[in-house]
Design a protein around this ligand. Structure first.
Ligand code: B12
Ligand code: SF4
Length: 482
């Protein structure tokens, strides 16, 4: 059987939002997971439209398409092209699960939720000629005994981070704006692989660098502790994501650093307790964000802070305040999102009931556009503020100010080159991607993630000596002052 697995581009190549390096980071792990269920004599082709051209002039027996919200339109068009030739098209992923009735119009078969348990049944039905229209994941979710991902189908050299992996599904928390509860409805919403399987997967990956794409790498403390113990001595450097609370409590983060954790994506999201409460992000309530930052920096771990703008208690000041906090606390990189009510979430239902949604053009649900009416500013002000925050945070002056806060010169240089490298050399990255040179960039990433010696506390002392952020805000903002 000939099978084509497709990840349609999340953003149209050539649009102002198209950043070749951003879309050449990670290979499509979901599709590589599904590919593992086919027989050895099936002929498989995995196409990621972010890094290669998608041809539609072939005629496979089966096409599988992964749909996120912003690639849904492109995915439906691809599905229509193949269905017109009589090819059976199956659709799955986050968007299909959120809006199954919409997706059903474009696919012969659709999958709701994670597919590890339902996909094998579909394959049996398909081979017998009786595929169903809809497969819904409910009971029996597990990652135990999964066949190994078909990494051989991934064109490693086209990605900056070919060694990305995901060792869990979901997350133990329930934030109102998150995809998670809708996607894992009707069954377990957080479960992990076993440590021995994870170690086997890691051992098979070449080089030193790893990127865990899990929503919350420290979400199961028992598993994380055992994993980090096993990883010590493997010589790996890795990146991942975790919550503020998990950094502050216990000594798991020290174990992670000893195993090679060098950079962490942290969901700070908002400084307002009202916003946190309204979003059901209770795990961030009453957590000392600055103490979390200090702890990470003392361990030599760089921070990618995630922040959301447009929550109901945000006013026009939120942008500059958030940028200043990031610079003052020497956050390495910042990701600023405009609040986005994804279909299927509690946030979406609330916004819809209040008549606040302003568009159903899913391509705009990319956290760069305001797709709802904000409470304390206009949609245009929200979008402009978000872009302003990016520009401000990544000004040379701010990059240098933040880098200098670290206690050792190695940490300062590392911060400076990591941040500048990510945002200040876009044309260079584009040239590297276009010339097929990403494979040569990985050693550079590994160098930037090398261990640095820190003098615990010094970074914190510098922050304590700095003029308190609040006071500075009562007058002019950092931008106005310059
Ligand atoms: C990697 C990644 C990306 C990559 C995407 C390319 C890629 N390689 O996948 C990049 C970096 C480009 C990216 C960008 C963005 N991302 Co992203 N990303 C992820 C991440 C971290 C991992 C995806 C992954 O590999 N998951 C693991 C695999 C195993 O799961 P899976 O892909 O869902 O596949 C399973 C099922 O869905 C199903 N399945 C999937 N496809 C199909 C198809 C068929 C036929 C079948 C049968 C089954 C099936 O089977 C698989 C096994 O169960 C997820 C977080 C997460 N935990 O998923 C966020 C996530 C998907 N991203 C998210 C967001 C918000 C974004 C951005 C909008 C953020 C931003 N502002 O930059 C942008 C998109 C910009 C745009 N214009 O759209 C949100 C999505 C929210 C939502 N409701 O849609 C997530 C969930 C993160 C989060 N916790 O909020 N992202
Ligand atoms: S902590 Fe992150 S992944 Fe978990 S529910 Fe909240 S937003 Fe989603």
């Amino acid at each position: 059987m000939k099978v084509k697995l497709i990840l349609p581009a999340l953003t149209e190549a050539g649009s102002p939002f198209w950043r070749p390096i951003k879309y050449s980071l990670f290979p499509p792990l979901g599709l590589a997971t599904l590919a593992a269920y086919f027989a050895s004599d099936d002929e498989l082709q995995l196409v990621d439209q972010h890094v290669e051209k998608l041809r539609l002039d072939d005629c496979p027996d089966l096409v599988l398409i992964e749909l996120y919200i912003t690639n849904a339109k492109r995915g439906y068009a691809i599905a229509a092209a193949y269905r017109a030739k009589g090819v059976h098209v199956a659709l799955g992923g986050l968007h299909v699960t959120a809006l199954p009735d919409e997706a059903q119009l474009f696919g012969d078969t659709i999958f709701l939720g994670p597919a590890e348990q339902t996909f094998p049944q579909f394959l049996r039905d398909f081979r017998r000629g009786v595929p169903q229209k809809r497969y819904v994941s409910t009971t029996g979710r597990t990652l135990d005994g999964l066949p190994p991902l078909r990494r051989d189908l991934i064109r490693r050299h086209r990605y900056l981070v070919p060694n990305s992996l995901v060792i869990s599904r979901g997350c133990p928390h329930h934030c109102d704006f998150c995809y998670k509860d809708a996607f894992f409805r009707d069954g377990k919403s957080f479960y992990t692989q076993r440590v021995d399987a994870i170690i086997r997967e890691i051992a098979a990956l070449p080089g030193r660098h790893l990127y865990f794409l899990d929503d919350h790498l420290l979400g199961d403390p028992g598993l994380a502790r055992e994993l980090f113990r096993e990883m010590r001595g493997m010589g790996r450097v890795f990146q991942g994501a975790a919550t503020v609370a998990s950094i502050l409590h216990g000594d798991l983060i020290e174990a992670a650093a000893a195993a090679g954790l060098r950079s962490l994506f942290v969901g700070f999201e908002t400084f307002s307790p009202e916003n946190l409460r309204q979003s059901n992000k209770n795990q961030n309530l009453q957590q000392d964000y600055r103490a979390a930052v200090r702890r990470l920096h003392d361990l030599g771990i760089m921070i990618n802070g995630s922040f959301v703008f447009g929550l109901d208690h945000d006013d026009q000041d939120v942008f500059q305040r958030t940028v200043d906090w990031g610079v003052d606390n020497a956050i390495t990189t910042a990701t600023y999102h405009i609040l986005t009510p994804y279909p299927g979430t509690r946030l979406y239902e609330r916004m819809a009931a209040a008549g606040r949604l302003t568009t159903a053009d899913w391509e705009l649900y990319d956290t760069r556009h305001a797709v709802f009416t904000p409470a304390r500013m206009t949609a245009a002000e929200l979008e402009a503020g978000c872009w302003r925050a990016y520009r401000e945070f990544y000004r040379w002056r701010n990059i240098w100010t933040a880098a200098r806060t670290h206690s050792s010169w190695q940490h300062q240089l590392k911060h400076f080159f990591y941040t500048a490298g990510w945002k200040k050399f876009e044309p260079v990255w584009t040239a590297v991607v276009n010339l097929g040179g990403l494979r040569y960039a990985l050693p550079l990433v590994e160098l930037l993630l090398a261990e640095v010696k820190t003098a615990p506390g010094r970074h914190w002392e510098k922050l304590e000596m700095a003029e308190p952020v609040k006071r500075r805000h009562s007058g002019r903002s950092r931008a106005d002052a310059k």
